[in-house]
Design a protein around this ligand. Structure first.
Ligand code: NAD
Length: 500
């Protein structure tokens, strides 16, 4: 019996080199093509088209038409719910091909692609599907006294904000696409999604599956290209009502400024430098393993990565050396190899950036306990690095590296731990490791971060709002909070004369 390519390498059969505009494959761009790499080997696996201003305009116009078209506008909420449920089913039916495609393009461990990009992706689609039928306004008991003899009936009507420009990064390509698309379409918005230029492949496939699920053409469009070309044109387009951006704080600030030119709605999920605070009453083994997961999960390419480790002085040496030993023993390799614990960085450029930070850490005088070197071969691998005794003003303690690099320091009192945890311009996540609820509960309100974990780190759920304090962003994803980000509130006030 012969085995076809689609059976033996389903990820290759799922590669698409076009965009999806108005329900159609689009192969016309601005003339530039951008190579897409397998980060484990450095080999080119596809060429993506770059949408120029003409194609961006086509996609936005398609989304605008779809937004006003009765086939979408007049769809009852239960039908939007059904479409999202259909899409979740299709994502699961194509789970293996999607997961393998993500690992091929991003480098992440296949188990992560299966469990998170695809498994959690389907879970998020179903959770947001449920919101379609639960969006409601309020009746308002108003006291308007004029003109005499008149009464009022007032209420609020939540309405979809309109055309959403969704721009996402490369670290969780399929999941992030779903985090934007699902709440947007649950509320009745339409979407133009631009994936990161490093990882466009699963988002294109998702848009194809959305058509198969029954979404009308133009409701979900995917355009590809560089941020400063395609992304910037999308952000500037006057036909866009809202920008939903996930990415670096630097680009988030540019987008926030640009959005204000015509008062586009904007939500920003940005960078982080999240602290892991280990108190001396914790379960030390659990904390060491937890600190390793917090920073090395997905090669540290996680916005909430626990990149600053603060350990109470009595257990500092034990925790830090335990973490260094774990890091030194981690197996580097292809995400397809089930024994791999650390996959490649997403790109050669990003690996260079991570290695540069490791050099900076050395020059700053921090003690490198393990790792920090590039591995041999063509893939973009970096051995996980543990720095100890890092000064609070060191760049590796202040700037987001977005790689497997942790900066550890010790503290004496709970007061010092809180001050260190908050000593950052970011405020995305934080974790506290302790068995003393009284200490933990006194710390939680004082930590300025959008999520505080206790004896765990990086755990998310579709029901749990997620977002940043300070320069980690504006707005919240997931839960009811995500739905609100895609709605306008219209107040309706109706006068009627009194009958008596
Ligand atoms: P990035 O900001 O460089 O790019 C993100 C996206 O924005 C990409 O699609 C890119 O093409 C696009 N872009 C770049 N310049 C643009 C411009 N001028 N106009 C419009 N679009 C533009 O970020 P990245 O390197 O892809 O991702 C890593 C960053 O994302 C990290 O800072 C990380 O913390 C952050 N992130 C945040 C969250 C969160 O939920 N807070 C989640 C994941 C990643």
């Amino acid at each position: 019996m012969s085995v076809t390519l689609a059976q033996s390498r389903p990820e290759l059969a799922a590669i698409r080199e076009h965009m999806i505009i108005d329900g159609q494959p689009c192969t016309q761009g601005d003339g530039a093509t951008i190579p897409v790499y397998d980060p484990a080997t450095g080999k080119v696996i596809a060429q993506q088209i770059q949408a120029g201003s003409k194609q961006v305009d086509q996609a936005v116009q398609a989304a605008r038409r779809a937004f006003g078209h009765p086939a979408w506008r007049d769809l009852p909420p239960v039908a939007r719910e059904r479409l999202l449920l259909n899409l979740a089913d299709l994502v699961e039916q194509h789970a293996e091909a999607l997961a393998r495609l993500e690992t091929l393009n991003n480098g992440k461990l296949l188990a992560l692609s299966q469990g998170l990009e695809v498994g959690a992706g389907a879970q998020w689609l179903r959770y947001m599907a449920g919101w379609s039928t639960k969006i409601s306004g309020e009746t308002l008991n108003v006291s308007i006294p004029f003109p005499p003899g008149f009464h009022y009936h007032a209420y609020t009507r939540p309405e979809p904000v309109g055309v959403v420009a969704a721009i996402v990064p490369w670290n969780f390509p399929l999941l992030m696409a779903i985090w934007k698309i699902a709440p947007a379409v649950a509320t009745g918005c339409t979407v133009v999604l631009k994936p990161a230029e490093e990882t466009p492949l699963t988002a294109i496939r998702l848009a194809e599956l959305a058509l198969e699920a029954g979404f009308p053409p133009g409701v979900i469009n995917v355009i590809t290209g560089r941020g400063e070309v395609t992304g910037a044109a999308l952000v500037a387009h006057p036909g866009v009502d809202k920008i939903a951006f996930t990415g670096s704080t630097e680009v988030g600030k540019l987008i926030g400024h640009a959005a204000m030119d015509d008062m586009k709605r904007v939500s920003l999920e940005l960078g982080g430098k999240s602290p892991v605070v280990v108190l001396d009453d914790c379960d030390v083994e659990l904390a060491v393993q937890g600190a390793a997961n917090a920073i090395f999960f997905n090669q540290g390419q996680v916005c909430t990565a626990g990149s600053r480790l603060y350990v109470q002085e009595g257990i500092y040496d034990k925790v830090v050396s335990g973490l260094a030993d774990l890091a030194a023993g981690m197996t580097l390799g292809s995400g397809f190899d089930p024994t791999t614990q650390i996959g490649p960085m997403v790109s050669a450029r990003h690996r260079r950036r991570v290695l540069d930070y490791i050099d900076i850490g050395r020059q700053e005088g921090a003690r490198l306990l393990s790792g920090g070197q590039a591995a041999d071969g063509d893939g973009y691998f970096v051995r996980p690095a543990v720095f100890a005794d890092v000064d609070r003003d060191a760049r590796i303690a202040r700037e987001e590296i977005f790689g497997p690099v942790v900066a550890a320091a010790k503290f004496a009192s709970d007061e010092q731990a809180i001050a260190l945890a908050n000593d950052t311009c970011f405020g995305l996540g934080a974790s506290i490791w302790s068995n003393d609820l009284a200490r933990v509960n006194q710390m939680i309100p004082r930590i300025r971060a959008g999520t505080v974990w206790v004896n765990t780190h990086n755990m998310l759920d579709p029901h749990m709002p997620f977002g940043g304090y300070k320069q980690s962003g504006i707005g919240r994803e997931h839960g009811r909070a995500a739905i609100d980000m895609y709605l306008e509130s219209k107040s309706v006030c109706m006068a009627y004369p009194s009958r008596h």
